[in-house]
Structures are given as structure tokens and as C-alpha cells.
Design a protein around this ligand. Sequence first.
Ligand SMILES: [Zn+2]
Length: 157
Amino acid sequence: MSGKPLSIAPALLADIYAHAQECFPAECCGWIRGPREENELTAVRRCNNAQATSESGIAGRGAETAYVIEGKDLLEFTSTYEDGDEPPKILYHSHPNGRAYFSDTDQGVAAPFGEPSYWVQHLVVGLTADKLVEAALFDWGEAEEKYIEVARWLINR
Ligand SMILES: [Zn+2]
């Protein structure tokens, strides 16, 4: 599914921005789903960031610097990814340091064995206590063999 960036409707972005602000200073996470056969996005599915309590999270980090999706969130993600009518197309999370980038940790989580575990794009929202700063969308780069930035939004509000 690598290719052109998916177009994310303003209402979906607003929903994700609100989620990021509600979770601050922790990272939020979730996904955007859409019809399997169409290049469309229909709804945001929020997840619980289990990093603070998980044993499968990133070692040595709290929910302020990492996220992990597990339990019923992960079950729904994998089952709809495999055979749902509206599979996850974009995974999102936030960076409470105000910057939208795809960190080495993000790359490692998304593509632990040199290619994506799930063929989805990734949206990262950077925000601070005061404001939403920016967001960026990343897709798998076949040539680069890692996720690369394909779209960016400056928010500043
Ligand atoms: Zn990240």
C-alpha cells in the first residue's frame, strides 16, 4: 500500500488532535480506518496507551516517551487488519515534546525486521502543554527501506 499519502479529512485530524491534548503529557495512540478497497479514511479509533503498565512496552520508558497498543485494542487492530471491511490504514501517536518526526524507536516498532509489521502509514502529532505544533505522515519507502515523511501539517494553535 506504499505510495501516495492518504488524504486525511480535517474532522479526522481534529479528532486526533483532541485525543493528543487529552492524553498530554502522555503520548496518545490509535488508528484511522477506511474501506479496504478504496483510498479513503472514515473514522478514528482511539486506543489506550498501555506503555505505563505494559510488560511488552519499550523498556525504561513511561507513557510520556513511548506508546504500546495491547489487549482488546490490539486484537481489534489485528482482526480488522486481516479481514475487516474497514481495516486500519494509518496508525497515529503523539510526541509531547512538540515535534512530529519518526524516531528510531518508531522505526523499530513499525518495522522491527526490516519491513513493516503492518502495511499502514503513520501519523505523528507534535504538541506541547501550550499548543498543537505540527503533524506529519510517514509511509514506507521501498528504496529507503524505512518510513519516510510524505506529508506535513503546521498547526501552531
Ligand atoms: Zn514516536
